[in-house]
Design a protein around this ligand. Structure first.
Ligand code: ATP
Ligand code: MG
Length: 448
C-alpha cells in the first residue's frame, strides 16, 4: 500500500514551488549576554537550528566558536555553543552560516575513531571522505519499511537462544553501572554477523572511551567498526551531535544496502545532554527534571534505525539505558522501553555471582522473537524460561534445604536441569564459537 498525497496537498505543494520568495538576507548579530551555557545575541537573523559562528576579533588571535540557534524571543536569539567558549567576550560577532552543515562519510571511516563533527580522534590523520551528507536523512515511509522477519546472529548464546534478535530490531540494554554493558557490547561487536558496525560512545567517561576501544573492542573489532566518541566533558550540543552523527553513519551505509549494527552507549546520556540544553534555554522541567523536548528527541533518534525499504539494507540497534539503583521506573528507561522493540535487563545480582553475561532472562524480552524463529525453537525457549524462573523462585527454599524433592514435578525438573541451564546462559569473554542454529539445537538438548 502506498500513501499518496491528496490532490489538494499536491496542488498546494506545486504552488509553493512556483512562488519565488526573495532570498533571506544574512544579518549578523552581536553577542549580548551569556547565562550558564546559553548565548544571547541581538540583531541576528537566523532560522531555528541553523549554525552560526561566534567570532571574537578583539584579540591577537581571533577566536571562533560554532553555535546553533535554539530559540528566540522578540529580537533576541538564543544559541548553544558546540565547543568551549574560552576567549569569547561581550559584543562578539554572531555570523549565520549558509547551510546547516555537512558530514564526511565513506568506507575510509572503518577502523577510525571520530568526534561528533567527523574529526579524527585517533591520531591517524584526516579521514578520507567519499561523500559529504547533510545531517538530516530523508525519513522512510513506515509502510514501506521491510518487516523484521530474519534472525540476526549476535554470537551470544543466551541471546541467540532465548531472546533472538531480528535484523532491523531496536533494543535497549537496561542496567545500572558496572554490570557488564560495555563488555557485552564489545562481544557483540566482535561476534555479530554484520557488514559494518557503528559504535557511539556518548557522554561516558573519557578513560572509558580509550578502554573500550583498546581492550574491549580490540584490533579485530575495530577493523570493521566506526567509533564516534563524545565524552562527558564535551559541550552538551556536541554530545547530541555525536549521537546523531553515528545514527547518520548507520543510515548512510544502510542506504548503500549494508546490514549495519549500531551500538550506542548510552541513550541516557543523550537524553541528559538534551535536558541540559533545554533547561539552559528556559524550557520548564516536566518529569523528574526532564523537560518535554527530551521525550520528543528520544523517539526521533531511535526511529531512524530499523530496516530500509524492501531489498535495502538494515540497521539493528542496541542502546544502553542506565537504570540507576537498578530502578526500572526512571523516566528515560520508561520512555525508552516504549519506543524500542525489546529490552534486555542486566542484573546486578547475577553479576555479583560471577554469572556473565548477567542477562536477567526473566525480565528481558525480544518483541520480534516469535516472528524470526521456528515454532520448536520458540517452544523450547519458553520452556527454558519457565523452568529457570521456577528455580529462581524456589532458590531460597532449596538452598536452606526446606524444599522436599517430589513436592512439585516442575520444581524437581528445574532443580535437575539447573546446572545445564546455568551452563547454557554463561559465556566467557572470548568464547566466539557460538552460532544461532547451534544455539537453538543446544537449547533443545537441555531438555533431552
Ligand atoms: N562476560 C564477562 N566475563 C567476565 N567478566 C565480565 C564479563 N562482563 C563483564 N565482566 C566484568 O564486569 C566489569 C564491568 O563491566 P563493564 O565495564 O562492561 O560494565 P558497564 O556496565 O559498562 O559499566 P559502566 O556503567 O561503568 O560503564 C568488567 O570489568 C569485568 O570485570
Ligand atoms: Mg560501560
Amino acid at each position: 500500500m502506498r500513501l499518496e498525497r491528496t490532490s489538494f496537498a499536491r496542488r498546494l505543494a506545486g504552488y509553493q514551488h512556483a512562488v519565488k520568495l526573495p532570498a533571506r538576507p544574512v544579518v549578523e548579530g552581536r553577542l549580548l549576554r551569556m547565562v550558564g551555557l546559553t548565548l544571547e545575541a541581538e540583531g541576528l537573523s537566523a532560522a531555528l537550528g541553523s549554525r552560526c559562528l561566534v567570532i571574537n576579533e578583539d584579540r591577537h588571535s581571533p577566536v571562533r566558536v560554532e553555535a546553533e540557534v535554539m530559540g528566540f524571543a522578540g529580537t533576541r536569539t538564543f544559541l548553544m555553543p558546540v565547543g568551549s567558549l574560552a576567549g569569547i567576550a561581550p559584543g562578539a560577532r554572531v555570523v549565520p552560516l549558509a547551510d546547516s552543515g555537512r558530514l564526511p562519510m565513506g568506507m575510509g571511516m572503518l577502523g577510525r575513531v571520530l568526534d561528533g563533527a567527523g574529526n579524527a580522534l585517533d591520531g591517524k590523520g584526516r579521514m578520507r571522505a567519499e561523500d559529504w551528507v547533510p545531517m538530516e536523512a530523508p525519513a522512510i515511509n513506515p509502510l514501506r519499511r521491510h518487516p523484521i522477519d530474519e534472525p540476526l546472529d549476535v554470537g551470544i548464546r543466551s541471546i541467540n537462544g532465548l531472546l533472538t534478535v531480528g535484523r532491523g530490531q531496536r533494543l535497549g540494554l537496561f542496567a545500572g553501572t558496572g554490570v557488564g554493558k560495555s563488555v557485552l557490547l564489545g562481544m557483540m561487536t566482535r561476534f555479530t554477523q554484520a557488514d559494518i558496525i557503528v559504535v557511539g560512545l556518548i557522554g561516558e567517561r573519557g578513560r572509558e572511551v580509550k578502554e573500550f576501544i583498546e581492550q574491549i573492542l580490540g584490533e579485530e573489532g575495530l577493523k570493521r567498526s566506526v567509533v564516534v566518541a563524545s565524552p562527558a566533558d564535551e559541550a552538551p550540543l556536541m554530545r547530541l551531535r555525536a549521537a546523531q552523527y553515528c545514527t547518520r553513519i548507520a543510515e548512510y551505509f544502510r542506504d548503500k544496502g549494508k546490514n549495519v549494527l549500531l551500538l550506542m552507549d548510552s541513550l541516557t546520556r543523550f537524553a541528559q545532554a538534551q535536558r541540559e540544553i533545554a533547561l539552559a534555554i528556559g524550557e520548564p522541567p516536566a518529569t523528574k527534571g526532564y523537560p518535554p523536548s527530551v521525550f520528543a528527541k528520544l523517539p526521533a533518534l531511535v526511529e531512524r534505525a530499523g530496516n530500509a525499504e524492501q531489498g535495502g539494507g538494515s540497521i539493528t540497534a542496541f542502546y544502553t539505558v542506565l537504570s540507576e539503583g537498578d530502578d526500572q521506573q526512571d523516566p528515560i528507561a520508561d520512555a525508552a522501553r516504549g519506543v524500542l522493540d525489546g529490552h534486555f535487563v542486566l542484573s546486578r545480582r547475577l553479576a555479583e555471582e560471577g554469572h556473565y553475561p548477567a542477562i536477567d532472562i526473566e525480565a528481558s524480552i525480544s518483541r520480534v522473537m516469535p516472528h524470526v524463529v521456528s515454532a520448536d525453537h520458540l517452544r523450547d525457549a519458553q520452556r527454558f524460561k519457565r523452568l529457570w524462573s521456577r528455580y529462581q523462585q524456589s532458590r531460597d527454599l532449596i538452598s536452606v534445604g526446606a524444599y522436599v524433592p517430589g513436592g512439585d514435578p516442575e520444581t524437581d525438573l528445574a532443580i535437575a536441569k539447573q546446572q545445564q541451564m546455568s551452563h547454557y546462559l554463561r559465556q566467557g569473554l572470548d568464547d566466539s564459537e557460538e552460532q544461532l542454529e547451534q544455539n537453538s539445537a543446544q537449547l533443545a538438548a537441555v531438555f533431552r
